[in-house]
Write a protein that binds this ligand. Structure first.
Ligand SMILES: Nc1ncnc2c1ncn2[C@@H]1O[C@H](COP(=O)(O)OP(=O)(O)OP(=O)(O)O)[C@@H](O)[C@H]1O
Ligand SMILES: CC(C)(CO)[C@@H](O)C(=O)NCCC(=O)O
Ligand SMILES: [K+]
Length: 247
């Protein structure tokens, strides 16, 4: 029996078929509040999945679109995962855990299960989220920044700065507008990662691990000084793990 796993962010939808334990290939598509046409075309020719498991932070409209498609294609009711205050030894720091994005919770589950000791998770997508967890499963909390693209677009929307596209040069300062903006956003995201890494090391009393995920992970990786590991499918892996242990 095959499960379809779905991680819906504010910009992109990631999906994978969980055929066996954890061998799956991830596909990414931009959504605009509905299941995009190229994904529909792929799903149309799938063997009907036995379950459809969804982590959704992309809003009610795209969730409803997934529900309609699942009914129409497979007569299946999607299972939307929600955050639990405690899951095994993982305890969420938020006073109201339901406020924590489910993508962050799934990333925490996977990070804690797959890494010994304290972990800093950096998920750089539409927004950038940071989560700190100790080796005993205690979540300390986190931080949220606008994503790199959003930093740039909000800066340009709120000023008269001319629109000049540029990629950062790898240095933390620049000598032209486009590179200065690109450098600013990438360095901001990376610098907060390094700062939180230091704070977590202090809290944990040992060197933590850092996991990097999200569409902008490779844009920020080289600007981060602390050692970090890329895990592009962290949220989907967390989803696969939650379902395995739920059923
Ligand atoms: N207009 C845009 N708004 C936001 N992000 C954009 C835009 N255009 C391009 N991007 C880029 O799209 C990618 C989105 O990353 P990713 O796929 O990880 O996000 P997501 O999972 O949809 O977001 P999130 O989980 O933060 O809601 C990033 O590389 C981001 O910089
Ligand atoms: C921050 C995002 C958008 C990142 O995907 C998502 O995790 C979310 O909508 N979170 C809710 C707010 C919070 O986590 O505190
Ligand atoms: K994400």
């Amino acid at each position: 029996m095959m499960m379809l796993l779905l991680d819906i962010g504010n910009t992109n939808l990631r999906w994978a078929l969980a055929r066996s334990e954890d061998a799956f290939e991830v596909e990414v598509a931009r959504h605009s509040g509905a299941v995009p046409l190229d994904v529909l075309a792929r799903w149309e020719v799938l063997d009907p999945p036995s379950r459809l498991i969804v982590g959704n932070v992309g809003g009610a409209a795209v969730g409803e679109s997934v529900r309609r498609v699942a009914h129409a294609y497979w007569g299946l009711e999607p299972e939307f995962v929600s955050v639990r205050a405690a899951w095994r030894d993982l305890r969420i720091a938020y006073a109201d855990p339901s406020r924590l994005g489910v993508d962050r919770w799934l990333a925490l589950i996977e990070a804690h299960a797959s890494v010994d000791g304290a972990v800093l998770i950096v998920d750089a997508g539409t927004a950038v989220t940071y989560d700190l967890i100790l080796g005993d499963g205690r979540h300390l909390g986190g931080s949220i920044l606008p994503g790199i693209e959003m930093m740039r677009s909000s800066l340009l929307a709120g000023t008269q700065i001319p629109r000049i596209e540029s990629e950062p040069s790898g240095r933390s300062w620049a000598t032209d507008t486009g590179s200065a903006i690109a450098a600013g956003s990438v360095q901001a995201v990376a610098a907060l990662a390094d700062r939180l890494f230091e704070h977590l090391a202090h809290e944990a009393g040992a060197e933590p691990s850092m996991l990097l995920s999200g569409g902008d992970a490779d844009r920020i990786a080289s600007a981060i000084q602390a050692p970090c590991e890329m895990v592009p499918d962290l949220v989907l892996r967390g989803l696969a793990r939650v379902v395995r242990e739920l059923s």
